[in-house]
Design a binder for this molecule. Structure first.
Ligand SMILES: [Mg+2]
Length: 152
């Protein structure tokens, strides 16, 4: 195996590790901490994604992959966001993708500072089932409040 092949092998491994972390996250949720581990599933996915970026950087530095410029990234980001936004609409219209009910977020926020006059997380959950059109607004509000709490 050449050094080049070895780096591509490492990229493949990191892709597999990212896939595995996503699988665990979808099975057990973003906040679950596996027995014997210190980080949540979402933290571990982030760490593996960083590993993947590091190997990509190594491939760029070695000249095996053309350097990804900020402009490359911006152009791809616009195209990819459009593509990703397009297919869930089709899936929703076919009934294979349902709106996300952020139960964990809603319950967490009801226990913490977020309070819009409901008694508890279950009230909010029931409200969201009755008013799914309010989900994006509530999610945005929860995310904004969380960002403020994090000082970001
Ligand atoms: Mg890794």
């Amino acid at each position: 195996m050449t050094e080049r092949e070895h780096l591509f092998l490492k990229l493949m491994e990191e892709c597999a590790e990212v896939q595995h972390r996503i699988s665990q996250l979808l099975q057990f949720g973003p906040d679950e901490i596996q027995a014997g581990k210190a980080e949540t599933n979402i933290e571990r996915l982030r760490a593996e994604t960083i590993d993947l970026l590091v190997v990509l950087d190594m491939l760029e530095t070695a000249g095996y992959i053309q350097k990804i410029s900020h402009r490359d990234f911006q152009t791809a980001a616009i195209n990819k966001r459009e593509k990703i936004a397009k297919y869930p609409e089709l899936s929703r219209s076919l009934g294979t993708v349902m709106p996300q009910i952020p139960l964990q977020d809603v319950e967490k926020q009801s226990e913490a500072s977020y309070n819009k006059g409901w008694n508890d997380g279950l009230d909010k959950f029931i409200y969201l089932i009755k008013h799914p059109e309010q989900i994006p607004t509530l999610v945005a509000e929860v995310e904004r409040k969380r960002k403020n709490q994090d000082g970001g």
